[in-house]
Design a protein around this ligand. Structure first.
Ligand code: ATP
Ligand code: MG
Length: 422
């Protein structure tokens, strides 16, 4: 019986895993210097956590959640995003007793979408949340951090778009204006947007349907409706970005697919060379100043974002990802096999990545295997070597080969490994 994986649920194979690891290492290093600490959150949450925060009339809640009743009869949902769970944990564990909390997380998210390149049903995000800071400098700093990460990963054509969605003070007047505008264009909107005009008119600006994009071309701009506080915040964000040297573009149409955003929203796209089609957004996020209070916590202004791992990984140059070379150890014959045990464990203790060929095959066959395993180095322990307390070591790429006393071979190899000290 052959069982395959579920559509939209991917295996991340070792070659790809290496790229992911590189991204995560880089993210961890950068997030750390910006003061973030890691939080590990469950993948399953009570359904109401998402339906109440993301919004009942969003695509995610209306049609993308993996929701089921567990054996006890409770409605649970595989998390479609990480912000609501992070906020839930923040409140549950009273992390707000600290003045500011900076968290990051990595892990799978689940959305029932149409699988295609760059869009899956289980996908991974690296997310970060800053809880307890109102200043737009924090928004700017988070974007500065993202820009640094993408620069370090050599991602090409990175563009940051920012917008402000206002707050409960000013958004109602914008909503009203937008609703009026959409009513006039009702016939040209898709059924989904038509249905949502009253409940969630902003969704029409995010709709990917051609008709909706065209019909909303001249829609009123949210930026013209901001109250003084939101306007000041947005100006502060732009000034902060300028001061930090972060390039960005203002896009007043960007509304994002979750209802909890207030004020700043942003999206980062990259040049994908057509490889990802419309799926070129590699990170997105914004401010959610009311979410903590809405979930029963104290008044806490927050900013957060999430990076899409699969999309980002696709854009990372494979050749720039450091790979620890494999040392392939070939003992020739039974006695050498026995002697090699201690040597191999010694090499591993010195931090080298070692695999041995214990088949007792011919040298030719073992060398072939070393090639197929893409070994960086081969160590041969034959009879002559054993007599001398030596080994023969070969660097596969250059062909350089030497017979060396056993105790210097680890250093010989290390000297030939490029990059960071191993
Ligand atoms: P999109 O507009 O591409 O649907 P989104 O606005 O739904 O993205 P967010 O919920 O803000 O995305 O998630 C942040 C990032 O997570 C996205 O920019 C993207 O890189 C990634 N992402 C979102 N949904 C998926 C998915 N189904 N498969 C793979 N990556 C995804
Ligand atoms: Mg989406």
């Amino acid at each position: 019986m052959k069982v395959t994986s579920i559509r939209g649920f991917n295996d991340i194979l070792p070659d790809e895993g290496r790229v992911w690891r590189h991204i995560e290492d880089e993210a961890r290093r950068i997030f750390d210097v910006y003061g973030f600490s890691e939080i590990r959150l469950p993948v399953l949450e009570k359904t109401e956590l998402f339906s109440r925060t993301i919004g009942e009339t969003t695509d995610i809640v209306e049609k993308q959640m993996y929701t089921f009743t567990d054996r006890h009869g409770d409605s649970v949902t595989l998390r479609p995003e990480g912000t609501a769970p992070a906020v839930r944990a923040y409140i549950e564990h009273r992390l707000y007793t600290a003045p500011v909390t900076r968290l990051f997380y990595t892990g799978p998210m689940f959305r029932y979408e149409r699988p295609q390149k760059g869009r899956y049903r289980q996908f991974y995000q690296i997310g970060a949340e800053i809880l307890g800071e109102e200043s737009p400098m924090v928004d700017a700093e988070a974007l500065h951090m993202l820009a640094a990460l993408f620069r370090n990963l050599d991602i090409r054509g990175v563009e940051i778009e920012v917008n402000s969605l206002g707050c409960p003070v000013c958004r109602p007047s914008y909503r009203e204006a937008l609703t009026g505008f959409l009513e006039d264009k009702r016939d040209r909107l898709c059924a989904n947007c038509r249905r949502r005009i009253d409940k969630n008119p902003l969704r029409a600006l995010d709709c990917k349907a051609r008709g909706c994009i065209e019909a909303t071309q001249d829609a009123p701009s949210v930026l013209d409706y901001l109250c003084a506080g939101c306007k000041g915040h947005f100006e502060g964000l732009k000034a902060g970005l300028d001061r930090m040297g972060v390039e960005y573009r203002v896009n007043p149409r960007m509304v994002r697919g979750l209802d909890y955003y207030t004020r700043t929203t942003f999206e980062v796209t990259a040049y994908t060379g057509g490889a990802l089609g419309a799926q070129n957004a590699i990170a997105a996020g914004g401010r959610y100043d009311d979410l903590v209070r809405e979930l029963g916590g104290p008044e806490t202004p927050c900013f957060g974002f999430a990076i899409g791992m699969e999309r980002l990984a696709m854009l990372v140059d494979r050749s720039a990802v450091p790979e620890r070379p494999l040392v392939f150890f070939i003992p020739m014959g039974g006695e050498a096999g026995r002697m090699s045990i201690g040597m191999i464990s010694d090499l591993r203790q010195r931090g080298l990545r070692v695999v041995a060929d214990h088949r007792g095959a011919s040298l030719k066959s073992s060398m072939k295997r070393a090639d197929r395993m893409r070994a960086g180095f081969v160590i041969i322990l034959g009879e002559d070597e054993m007599k001398e307390g030596a080994v023969t070591v070969k660097q596969m790429e250059t062909g350089a080969q030497e017979r060396l006393p056993y105790d210097v071979v680890a250093d010989w190899i290390r000297e030939r490994i490029p990059g960071r000290p191993q």
